[in-house]
Ligand binder design. Structure first.
Ligand code: SAH
Length: 244
């Protein structure tokens, strides 16, 4: 279960923060670290600050986009000190977030995403997430160091795992009741865009309409069965249009 919980660091500037984050992860039983375009990696400073968690640093995977880092995940929670910057479901309490994350991790990979030291996550990156979470902090000074934010959320995750309800020890959910992966959702939205354009509903790619529909489906959280129903509907609309 804990091995299904991934920590993703986006374009980390200071390699020391990678090491300190690895240490924070290992203390809480997490090992899956993915780095999106780190400025310096591998780096001796990262290994030095890992202080015994070098295995987590050495085992990190490096990818070139957040999309790639989370494609197989069913829940992707972006950590942000900024409140409700986009219309994604928002967890005000890390505890509630961690309980949900742990419950999904029983069956599928999930991710916690952390932004750059200087300017956090871009709006496009937040759009790759299914949810946002903020660590409640001093309103006048509420931004934590990157690795300390990792520590707080890793701690909450470990706590939720320790205290998980007994029902989550044995049962795994049937595949169709599980959440779709980010990649499956992306394919659905691409399909929806194709149908909207082919039908003349949109005359050209329209980012705003697409973003609104993405927000709608992010709130609705369709499961795999519901998503395949929607794909079937889109296919049938396409077929009836070409049959005319
Ligand atoms: N200056 C940046 C903050 C960067 S701190 C900004 O304005 O967004 C580096 C990362 O640590 C953030 O991107 C976020 O993922 C995490 N972080 C820091 N403080 C946090 C908080 N209070 N709640 C949630 N995440 C936080």
């Amino acid at each position: 279960m804990l091995s299904n919980i991934r920590i993703v660091l986006v374009q980390t500037y200071h390699p020391g923060n990678i090491g300190a984050s690895a240490r924070a992860m290992k203390t809480m039983g997490l090992t899956d670290l993915v780095l999106v375009n780190p400025r310096c990696y591998p780096d001796s400073e990262a290994s030095r600050l890992a202080a015994g968690a070098e295995d987590v640093v050495d085992g990190a995977r490096v990818v070139t986009s957040l999309e790639e880092a989370v494609a197989d995940c069913v829940q992707v929670v972006g950590a942000s000190a900024r409140l409700r910057s986009l219309p994604l479901p928002h967890f005000d309490e890390p505890e509630a977030m961690a309980r949900e994350l742990v419950s999904h991790a029983a069956d599928d990979p999930v991710a916690l995403v952390f932004g750059r030291e200087r300017f956090g996550l871009t709006n496009d990156e937040i759009r790759c997430c299914s949810h946002q979470v903020s660590i409640p902090a001093n309103p006048d000074y509420g931004i934590l160091n990157l690795s300390q934010a990792v520590q707080v959320l890793a701690y909450e995750t470990f706590k939720a795992w320790r205290l998980r309800p007994e029902s989550e020890f044995r049962h795994s959910r049937p595949a169709e009741e599980r959440q779709p992966t980010r990649e499956q959702l992306d394919h659905f939205h691409a399909h929806l865009s194709r149908v909207m354009q082919a039908s003349g509903f949109l005359t050209q790619p329209h980012a705003r309409t697409e973003a609104q529909l993405q927000a709608l489906f992010a709130r609705a959280q369709p499961n795999r069965k519901e998503l395949s129903l929607l794909r079937g509907l889109l296919r049938s609309l396409e077929e009836s249009a070409t049959g005319d």
